[in-house]
Design a protein around this ligand. Structure first.
Ligand SMILES: [Zn+2]
Length: 342
């Protein structure tokens, strides 16, 4: 559940002072978490790995954090057949796993490509991730497992990650005794968030959403409604993806909502906006997100990400009413962060 509002308000003043005085000089429990958007290691990026390259090498410094998370937008398997009714189906060779493990501690499998090659391929994906030591959430061998949070402990914090897909058509959802992804039924999402604390003993809860409309540069009413509901249920941040472009960041009740971080490693992109993504960085403490920054990455034609430090991207600190450009911390504050030069 939400921690009482007065506690947040009382802490805001001194903490903002510390942040401004010299970074996150916080004596209590703390951890950093980075989140990268859609990672698709079939196709060109898979071929780079086969040739001995590391597709994430150029952005490795951006991924350094206590907890490194991404959205795995493909199966990783050698079995299964492509879904006959889908235009794009993604299956990466298991040889990508070591390089994925090098840069990521956990991935969400709650997306519209986990089922591209059927349930056996999805099961193999889960097995491969488990065997490689990559945590996964937002899907599982059963409905119960799909809705169970992934718990990660770092810096004295127990952090629960939950993942949901809601990109229609509603398919490849986990069932009581069948593998699949977690679907974002509002009631269930709110319950899962509460359970993450009550049942699983999490200090912080972060849902990762696969939602919204492709190429929309702003969130839609559905995303905003559910995001608010998640915050009201106790989420400490809401992180989204799937539109393949970045969308705005906004605080709600002192909790940041990042509607879409865009692509991260994705060969298929058909417009310039799809080749810009954000690596999201959250500084966490026992009260939630103390500070948020984004670092822009630009994808080349093969989907290979590189830092794009010239691009404005949103930053936020606890207590701020809106976001500001990371390149002008504390200045140029504005209510939203949609890039203006597409
Ligand atoms: Zn997607």
């Amino acid at each position: 559940m939400n921690r009482p509002a007065p506690r947040r308000a009382a802490a805001r003043g001194w903490f903002a002072g510390l942040v401004l005085a010299g970074g996150l000089a916080h004596a209590g429990p703390s951890a950093s978490l980075v989140f990268a958007g859609d990672i698709m290691l079939d196709g060109a990026l898979g071929r780079l790995v086969a040739a001995g390259r590391d597709p994430f090498a150029a952005v490795a410094p951006l991924l350094r954090a206590d907890i490194r998370v991404g959205n795995l937008e493909c199966t990783v398997a050698t079995v299964g057949n492509p879904a006959a009714d889908k235009r794009y189906t993604f299956r990466a060779n298991p040889r990508v796993l070591p390089v994925l493990r090098r840069h990521f501690d956990a991935v969400s499998v709650a997306n519209n490509h986990s089922g591209d090659f059927g349930r056996d391929a999805f099961l193999q994906t889960l097995d491969h991730l488990d065997a490689t030591g990559i945590g996964r959430f937002g899907g599982g061998r059963s409905l119960r497992e799909a809705h169970r949070p992934l718990l990660i402990e770092r810096g004295g914090l127990r952090i629960a990650l939950l993942g949901y897909n809601e990109f229609m058509p509603r398919m490849f959802e986990a069932e009581a005794d069948a593998p699949g992804v977690a679907w974002s039924e509002d009631e269930q999402v709110a319950e899962d968030i509460a359970d993450a604390r009550r049942v699983w003993g999490a200090d912080l809860v972060i849902p990762v959403m696969h939602w919204g409309w492709e190429n929309e540069l702003r969130s839609g009413p559905r995303q905003r409604r559910l995001a608010r509901r998640m915050v009201e249920a106790g989420a400490d941040a809401v992180i989204g993806g799937h539109p393949h472009v970045v969308q705005e960041v906004e605080p709600y009740r002192g909790v940041p909502i990042v509607y879409s971080v865009g692509n991260f490693a994705m060969e298929l992109s058909d417009n310039d906006a799809q080749r810009l993504g954000w690596v999201l960085r959250l500084e966490l403490d026992e009260r939630g997100v103390a500070a948020l920054r984004t670092d822009a990455v630009r994808l080349d034609r093969r989907g290979l990400p590189r830092p794009a430090a010239d691009r404005a991207s949103p930053c936020w600190r606890r207590g701020d009413a809106g976001v500001s450009d990371c390149s002008f911390p504390g200045g140029r504050r504005r209510g939203s962060s949609v890039p203006r030069d597409f």
